[in-house]
Unconditional design. Structure first.
Lengths: 249, 383
């Protein structure tokens, strides 16, 4: 029994004649991990920009659960339950690892509501769990700016978990990582699955096979195919457009 | 580990507070009057560190808020001046308004010159005091709302604030019948609160300023220690990340921009108390940029550092300017200090002192290498 966590209905953006995303519709179930595949320029990152409010859609609608978030500003969409990780890792460089997570876990968005000191003890306990999960236990008092690339990515994943969104968008979470780092990232993402609904843009096929429930393939701004890993591997249109004749290796 | 760091900062605060509160025991009123001005500059340093260091907003027009605070209280004090009461009217009239009035204009604040009616509420000194903080805050809110809601950032904020302070300065100079233009407001009366006159050479006036500085420093420090203060620093580091975590980023920037403006406006009021004038020079570009230098040299990431930086620089400047040959050279020295601070001490004197202090305290203990790295990377927040 599953319910829709993220619904995209006919989402379109028109950059003066060029449709980077062209009437894309899909439904991501609660707790599902959906991978977005597509060649460069297929519109994956633009689709994420549209969903998260960074770019305004020309047409179409986005729902988180039953709430329409199409025309909201970024922070309002975030508060409605959307978390997003960018391709280039972004953390608060001059704050410590723990402070980064404290900011992300802050329960209220307003400036006056936050004119207080301690976080609720339940939140502090959750931050400790997250630090454990992303494996930054010995780095909590380090400035985030001095972390390695992999550690920065994990911290950002931790911040997303701390934010407690219903839907998390991840744009190439393993870009630039070593194989060992990729495996650890896969473990973190798997741990996030279930509690959060995830949409992941990824190119590393081994990684995709490791984590994906379902795959949506985009091509030239449109949805080309959608289905399980096996069905996508067999899909002739996908093979022609993207995978070549050799299938998913 | 954080205990030691905070202890060092706390010790510095306590020492500073003791020095400024004990100063009247050792200095006469003439020196206290001079010293009061330095403390006012120290308050401007706090406002600058809050805005620039914590919020990442390089405001090149802080003098605007200082000037608005100064003019608000100066208008009230001008109306309290004996000369204003001796202009042949039952009600006080600033002398310059008579010089600027059209022939035959009624000698009354309502209509002696264009806009003179705006002076009427300033007959109440409480109104003047209130406006000294409210006006800068409102103006900061208006400017901040436009800048931050439009997501203007970085150098463009500096250019806009710089343009606004010059614009207002021009208006003040041009509106001669209303502001006494280039000459500013001089020949002021005393501020009288509950029957107590704040004569600039009274010890009580010094204490008003010293205690104000202590309170402002403590409140500002508490403010940046709150979650809002932490989120503000997060916004400074990466506003997009903060936005996508669900924070209304402009609200944070506007709030702290306003707090900084309110502190600057309050400092402007205190300055008028001891200097006994308000002038358009407060809104000179050079003055606003000088505040940036104080904060840079003292340590813009440290409220206390920027405060001490401002006080020390002005003390040295006051000493130096007694030697004629050094007056011109002083500008070169200041410029050089600024360049050196930017190049070699990005966290200013505060960063240097904090690091040195920490090295001394840390010496007896052995620390794991990883922890030591963490310490080196963050001494600036100790202030």
């Amino acid at each position: 029994m599953s319910t829709a966590s993220l619904t995209i209905d006919g989402l379109t953006v028109d950059f003066s004649g060029f449709r980077a995303v062209d009437s894309v519709s899909t439904v991501v179930d609660a707790g599902e991990l959906r991978v977005l595949l597509g060649a460069n320029g297929a519109g994956k990152t633009t689709l994420m920009d549209l969903i998260s409010g960074k770019t305004r859609a020309t047409a179409g609608k986005v729902y988180i659960g039953d709430t329409e978030v199409t025309a909201m500003s970024e922070h309002a969409i975030a508060r409605a339950g959307m978390g997003r990780k960018f391709q280039i890792p972004s953390v608060f460089r001059d704050l410590t690892v723990r402070q980064n997570l404290e900011v992300a876990a802050s329960p209220s968005p307003g400036v006056f509501a936050n004119l207080r000191f301690a976080l609720p003890s339940s939140t502090t306990a959750r931050i400790d769990e997250i630090i454990e999960l992303v494996g930054l236990g010995d780095r909590v008092d380090t400035d985030a700016g001095t972390l390695s690339h992999g550690e920065t990515q994990w911290l950002e994943l931790g911040m997303l978990i701390a934010q407690r969104p219903k839907v998390i968008l991840l744009d190439e979470p393993t870009a630039g990582m070593t194989e060992a780092e990729t495996m650890k990232t896969a473990a973190i993402i798997k741990a996030m699955r279930g509690e959060h609904t995830l949409v992941v843009v990824e190119h590393d096929m081994a990684f995709v096979k490791e984590i994906a429930n379902r795959i949506t393939v985009m091509h030239l701004g449109k949805v080309l195919a959608e289905g399980s890993v096996e069905s996508i591997e067999k899909n002739q249109a996908v093979r022609d457009a993207y995978l070549g004749s050799k299938g998913i290796v | 580990m954080p205990v030691t760091k905070n202890t060092l900062a706390l010790a510095t605060y306590v020492v500073l507070f003791l020095i400024i509160l004990a100063a009247p025991l050792y200095f006469d009123v003439f020196w206290l009057n001079r010293f009061s001005k330095f403390l006012v500059y120290g308050m401007l340093g706090v406002a600058m560190a809050l805005c620039w260091g914590y919020a990442g907003i390089l405001n090149l027009g802080q003098g605007l808020f200082f000037g608005l605070g100064a003019y608000s209280i100066a208008m009230s004090m001008k109306l309290a001046s004996p000369t204003s009461l001796a202009q042949g009217s039952d009600t006080p009239i600033p002398d310059f308004m008579l010089w600027n009035a059209e022939p035959g204009a009624p000698i009354d604040l309502c209509c002696i010159t264009n806009g003179s009616f705006l002076w009427i509420p300033f007959k109440s000194q409480f109104f003047g005091i209130a406006m000294g903080v409210v006006l800068p805050t409102l103006v900061a809110f208006a400017i901040g709302s436009i800048i931050f809601r439009k997501r203007i950032s970085g150098v463009f904020i500096s250019i806009i604030t710089l343009a606004v302070v010059l614009l207002v300065r021009l208006l003040v100079v041009e509106a001669q019948p209303f502001t006494n233009g280039f000459n500013g407001l001089t020949d002021l009366g005393y501020l009288t609160v509950f029957g107590h006159e704040f004569d600039p050479y009274y010890v009580s006036t010094y204490y008003l300023i010293a205690i104000s500085l202590v309170v402002v420093l403590v409140l500002a420090r508490i403010l940046v220690q709150t979650r809002s203060g932490l989120i503000l620093q997060a916004v400074r580091d990466d506003d997009r990340r903060a936005r996508f975590l669900g924070f209304d980023v402009p609200a944070y920037q506007i709030f702290f921009f306003c707090v900084s403006a309110a502190i600057a406006g309050y400092a402007g009021m205190l300055y008028v108390l001891v200097a006994e004038f308000a002038s358009p020079t407060f809104m000179d570009l050079a003055f606003s940029i000088t505040m940036v230098v104080w904060a840079a040299v003292g340590g813009r990431n440290s409220l206390l550092g920027a405060c001490i930086g401002a006080v020390l620089i002005n003390m040295v400047e006051a000493t130096v300017s007694e030697t004629p040959q050094l007056i011109e050279a002083w500008k070169v020295i200041m410029g050089l200090a600024f360049v050196l601070a930017v190049l070699f001490l990005p966290r200013g004197i505060a960063g240097l002192v904090s690091r040195l202090g920490y090295m001394i305290v840390r010496k007896p203990q052995k620390m794991p290498a990883a922890r030591a790295d963490a310490v080196d990377a963050e001494p600036a927040r100790a202030g």
